[in-house]
Design a protein around this ligand. Sequence first.
Ligand code: TYD
Ligand code: MG
Length: 454
Amino acid sequence: MKSKSVFFCTECGNETPKWSGRCSACGAWNSIVEQVEKSVKSGKSSRIASPVKASNITDIDTAQEIRFPTGMGELDRVLGGGAVKGSLVLVGGAPGIGKSTLMLQICQHLGAFAKVLYVSGEESAHQLKLRAQRLGVDSGNLYVLSETCLGKILNCIEQEAPDVLIVDSIQTLYNEELDSPAGGVGQVKDCTMSLMQLAKGSEITVFVIGHVNKEGSIAGPKVLEHMVDCVLYFEGDQHMTYRILRAVKNRFGATNEIGVFEMMDRGLKEVENPSQMLLSGRPEDAPGTCVTCVMEGARPVLAEIQALIAPSSGSNPRRSCNGFDYQRAAMLLAVLEKRGALKLSQCDAYLNIIGGLTLDEPAADLAAVVAIASSYLDKPVPGQMAAMGEVGLSGEIRSISHLEQRLSEVQRLGFTQCMIPANCGKDLKVPSQLQLLPVRNVAQALQLLVKGAI
Ligand code: TYD
Ligand code: MG
């Protein structure tokens, strides 16, 4: 047995035998930290004498996957239809975003049919009780433990034998057998591994909270992503009340669903109509804003794209994107310059998606183009118009998927006009109150905007 140093990247969790200034896996600078592994077996890897047997895939019984609802429809949706028994779910997010609140809230519903143990390394049992009272959580099946030592926690789990375990947060836990401090990459990985074994071995469903930190000294949930079954991120602007829960990994379902919540004075409330929420407070008749419809999983969601185009004072115009891909925006600006004859290279350009949503679908291109042109020309987009379509490099507007579903969502929210790709098929079923404005290319879209034909 001998001690060995290994190096981890705090951004992506990549393990390397040597320190370097830059992570070779994700390219982050100054993110590599050293971790002394307590002991490793020296010598050659040995074969274990007792034989193991592989199973034929046709003999494996899948009826064993048991799912149960968490009582929060939006959370169930992101998990792929409820939590899976014996799985480990990592819930990441910035401090103060509402992770503890969400987890404590689901305890009420879970307590109706399962024994829940809430382990908090951040708050005392008394504080937890006060928070639970405020959230209206009073289930007799909920047990709380304020502890950070992994060994003691595992003992308590053995004694209590809960069905669901919630750990708040993984960065506060430590295994006393390791020398490194709590929150370091080694500790966080080791504790997660123990919890993972617990989930698989004892069929306990485990929710682990992990803080996302900007500083490198504390290991974020990123380093754990590859180990766990499901990774959810809780996002949103802390100054706004809306929160978006997003799955970035799910071994039991799709990862493109989002759940939307609103932080109220009595905890998180589910938002069943995210389109309405994302469009609330939209300015009327202001230039530089356009509504589009994106697919978040199986659900069409309306989003507002805002653009501000202003003359640039320097030789290097500023470009800034919030919620929109930077490279994509640069491409759209270039297409507008070349195919729409707008002198955007002499302008600063800012693009913003309202409500903390991130648009990564090309279907949002057309609305971004319309918003940019609207700001440049200082011509408002009619308030009742939405736009969707992918923009190609020669300025053509290309067809998009799920058009009918998107159009019915647009109509449902009271829009009367929608700009769509011209080549989207003849037999499109269109809601009767909706006027379609088919466009072939960027120039046509701009013409409609300038002429005020819309
Ligand atoms: P919390 O769940 O403690 O965040 P996290 O565990 O992700 O660090 O949420 C903290 C924030 O939420 C805090 O700023 C106060 C706010 N909050 C409410 O607005 N209403 C509530 O009912 C609760 C419990 C918290
Ligand atoms: Mg918390």
